[in-house]
Design a protein around this ligand. Structure first.
Ligand code: FES
Length: 215
């Protein structure tokens, strides 16, 4: 997608951080050595996005550039490099579907097909109802439970066509499923349950032993 296509045509005339966020910005900038305040660009972009209904207007890019003494184009470069930053409005549920090799091998095509069947959208589009936006992204860092769909800040794992549909059902009711593996596996354990070290019982510590004696 071109940079132009990623930036909203309709832009607000102004943007200002809330007083609470201004105080937080001071705290963030103070973490970096003098003259290195540009290092705060990522947290400030994230803050602007969270404050502004999950997308960053150009006025916020300009404000951040001023605050960090950066050229506006530098801030825009960062904002356009990372897919997690939205430069135009997205739906209430922003779906980031990982289709990198491990997720693809484990069925990300089915996840994408389910979303397309339901809302008629592909990467970079928003549903007609305006509530769901889809973006195809690179590895989300949770390959072990592939395929992964990130919904706003949450990861849903081990999805297939059916479970993606169940997840979308829950989002439509604004009652999202529990985050994590839809198969219920804990962390990144094997999908068939623990397979090794099962016979080893942890040794009781002296503290645990005395606790048991006093019980
Ligand atoms: S490849 Fe999908 S999370 Fe890594």
């Amino acid at each position: 997608m071109s940079i132009e296509a990623r930036i909203a045509e309709d832009q607000p005339n102004s943007f200002a951080f809330t007083a609470e966020n201004e105080a937080e910005i001071k705290r963030i900038i103070a973490k970096y050595p003098k003259g290195r305040q540009a290092s705060a660009v990522m947290p400030l972009l994230d803050m602007a996005q969270r404050q502004h209904e999950n997308w960053i207007p150009m006025k916020a890019i300009e404000l951040i550039a001023d605050k960090l003494d950066m050229a506006k184009i530098r801030v825009l470069e960062v904002a356009t490099f990372y897919t997690m930053f939205n430069l135009k409005p997205v739906g209430k549920y922003f779906l980031q579907a990982c289709t990198t090799t491990p997720c693809w091998l484990r069925g990300s095509d089915e996840m994408m097909r389910c979303i397309k069947d339901r809302y008629g959208i592909t990467s970079g589009q928003t549903s007609d109802c305006g509530r769901f936006s889809l973006l195809e992204v690179e590895c989300l860092g949770a390959c072990v439970n592939a395929p992964i769909l990130q919904v706003n800040d949450d990861f849903y794992e081990d999805l297939n066509y059916q479970s993606t549909g169940a997840l979308l059902d829950s989002l439509e009711k604004d009652a999202p499923l529990a985050v994590g593996s839809v198969l219920g596996r804990s962390g990144s354990e094997a999908s068939g349950g623990a397979t090794s070290l099962n016979a080893i019982k942890p040794k009781k510590t002296a503290k645990a032993k005395s606790g048991a004696a006093n019980a």
